[in-house]
Design a protein. Structure first.
Length: 338
């Protein structure tokens, strides 16, 4: 499938040239990784290796959920973060599906060796373009779909392993093809991918049926804390570190992004936020809305140092959890005149 996207047509040859001259390529998964993050990194790894270059995916700042470990190639993810590797072992860092909002992620970019080139490929509208080469296309509903067009422009073969990882990223980031941004091209690309990887239903089923008991306990804590604020315009769930520690919830079960989509299913509300304290005074916030034109939550997330999409965004804060909750509510009132 050919793309008419000028940015992809102009910059893909540059990316291809950088890969071919590299000796070793680094890839990573963004904090609290979702299937689009993991799948995009693994798909790019297979492409880089197809081009004859060594590639390594590191887990990044968070554990990889067990629900994603059946993705083709996931068993080869190096379970280390950036600070636990020697960046001098790599001369090219391809960062996919990450807008690098948040202090810790920005520090990574600031401290890469001069010998390491950064390529940035992303669909988050808050991505400021931090690489030597940047393809940032917020019109794409998933980085997996963006990568499909880039790989097609490269002329590489979409193998079953690549197809599976791209498909699961697209399927998940579009909410099963129901979120804003899905278009005819999304379905056409998904159709091409499942021709190459026909067992896509098993891929989805294993991902969606891999919850642990602690995953359920975590969701129970979150849902038990839900409250309506701002004259019933917004639902908020707040989980403190003490609650997490008391219930022995492991890091791999903790994700603010897991809770906010559940809140979004409640009829009669416009805005939704999950606020979680996995460590004392370290806060993860996830936002959702059902009306992205009226309540662009990427602006809300950006106002507190985060980023994301119009309908789904997030941030990381360093403050007591009650302060974080107050900050979120006050910013919502300020930005949306509630």
């Amino acid at each position: 499938m050919n793309t008419n996207n000028l940015q992809i047509k102009e910059k893909t040859p540059q990316i291809l040239a950088e890969i071919k001259k590299a000796k070793s390529v680094l890839l990573h998964c963004h904090p609290s990784p979702d299937p689009d993050s993991v799948g995009s990194a693994l798909a790019m790894k297979f492409v880089v290796e197809q081009l004859g270059v060594k590639a390594t995916v590191i887990r990044g700042d968070s554990d990889i959920p067990q629900a994603f470990m059946h993705f083709p190639g996931a068993e080869d993810i190096l379970m280390k973060n950036y600070w636990e590797i020697d960046p001098n072992d790599y001369d090219l860092f391809i960062i996919v599906d990450s807008d690098l909002t948040g202090v810790s992620r920005l520090e990574v970019v600031k401290q890469v060796p001069e010998s390491m080139t950064i390529i940035n490929i992303d669909h988050h509208r808050t991505n400021g373009g931090f690489g030597k080469i940047n393809i940032t296309e917020p019109s794409y509903p998933a980085t997996g779909q963006l990568l499909y067009d880039i790989f097609s422009e490269m002329g590489v073969k979409i193998t079953p392993e690549i197809a599976a990882n791209l498909f699961i990223g697209i399927f998940s980031d579009t909410g099963g093809f129901k979120y804003e941004g899905v278009n005819s091209a999304t379905f056409e690309i998904a159709g091409q991918l499942i021709k190459i990887y026909p067992e896509f239903s098993k891929l989805i089923a294993q991902m969606e049926n891999s919850n642990s008991l602690t995953d359920l306990k975590f969701r129970a804590l979150a849902l038990n804390s839900v409250e309506a604020v701002l004259d019933n315009k917004m639902l908020i769930s707040v989980i403190t570190y003490n609650e997490i520690a008391k219930n022995n919830i492991p890091d791999v079960s903790i994700s603010a992004g897991m809770i906010s989509p559940i809140l979004r299913t409640v009829f009669g509300y416009d805005l939704f936020a999950s606020i979680i304290e996995p460590r004392p005074n370290q806060i993860k916030v996830s936002f959702r809305t059902i009306d992205a034109n009226k309540y662009d939550v990427s602006k809300l997330a950006s106002s507190i140092g985060g980023g994301g999409h119009k309908a789904a965004a997030g941030a990381v804060l360093n403050m007591p959890i009650e302060e974080a909750k107050s900050l979120v509510v006050s910013k919502v009132k300020e930005l949306y005149n509630l």
